[in-house]
Design a protein around this ligand. Structure first.
Ligand code: PAF
Length: 274
């Protein structure tokens, strides 16, 4: 199929997903359908990027509903391999070796050792298999997106994916502000209400950053304290970093604040650009 597309000059768009699709994914797929001749969507809960077995087991899966949704949106191909089809036993059990130039040492990388090795392993494999012209990723996983840009543009793999363009897609939120996530399916109605304080605080922090004398450090701490003051929420980290290097910054220019919060047992992430 890929060869036929290449031979006839058809452009290929790829949307890599782990399924349990929601409106956030749908917005990526719609864009991929509009901007390419052929749209591939992969649905694969990649075991090598989970450092927590329970999280992997509980990750929501619903391929039937996903396939129906993808058909309505107009995706041409759904690629939903099993782990055994994707990896040899050795690949499944050894850490994928990759030079992240430090991008994996902060935030999610620090909290979830090996997570990004698994992400790069699966995403690079999908790129080699599907040979897309464009690949679409959501900004909710901002660190993942920064690492994928690094992989395609600056790492030792750069240049091996043809003229592949990585397309950054904005976070999709419920009207309430809650960032859409497959993990929201695990929240009760009450927890969903509690979780609203996350996005509300991030938006408020845009104003705090404009206050006279506001420092990155003070805004960072205020976000953490405000969210932690809500019963049922516990911040794992909130870091305001440079959007490219992901390193701590002392200016709001080109900065992004990335947060991870436990709402009951469910780990939610969100971010805001200053
Ligand atoms: O963001 C995700 O859903 C996953 O990390 C990805 C990019 C599909 C790789 O498994």
């Amino acid at each position: 199929m890929v060869e036929a597309c290449k031979a006839t000059g058809k452009t290929i768009g790829l949307v890599p997903t782990m399924g349990a699709l929601h409106e956030g994914h749908a917005s990526l797929v719609r864009r991929a359908v509009n901007e390419n001749n052929v749209c591939f969507v992969s649905v694969f809960v990649n075991p090598t990027q989970f450092n927590n077995k329970e999280d992997l087991a509980k990750y929501p899966r619903n391929i039937q509903r996903d396939a129906e949704l993808l058909e309505t949106i107009g995706a041409d191909f759904v690629f939903a391999p099993t782990p055994e089809e994707m990896y040899s036993e050795e690949e499944m059990n050894t850490t994928f070796d990759f030079d992240f130039a430090g991008l994996d040492k902060v935030m999610e990388g620090k909290m979830r050792p090996g997570h990004f090795n698994g992400v790069v392993q699966v995403v690079s494999r999908l790129f080699y298999l599907v040979q897309p012209d464009k690949a679409y990723f959501g900004e909710k996983d901002f660190q993942q997106l920064a690492i994928i840009h690094h992989m395609v543009e600056r790492s030792s793999m750069a240049g091996t994916f043809g003229n592949l363009q990585i397309i950054d897609c904005p976070i999709v939120r419920e009207a309430s502000g809650l960032a859409l996530s497959s993990r929201n399916e695990r929240l009760s109605e009450a927890e969903k209400k509690t979780a609203l304080a996350i996005s509300k605080t991030l938006f408020a922090s845009l104003e705090w950053a404009k206050e006279e004398g506001a420092t990155v450090e003070a805004v960072q701490q205020r976000v953490i304290d405000t969210i932690n003051a809500v019963e049922g929420l516990e911040v794992e980290y909130y870091e305001i970093v440079d959007q490219t290097s992901l390193l701590p910054t002392n200016t709001f220019d080109h900065a992004i604040g990335c947060v991870t919060v436990y709402c009951g047992p469910v780990r939610l992430i969100d971010n805001i650009k200053y």
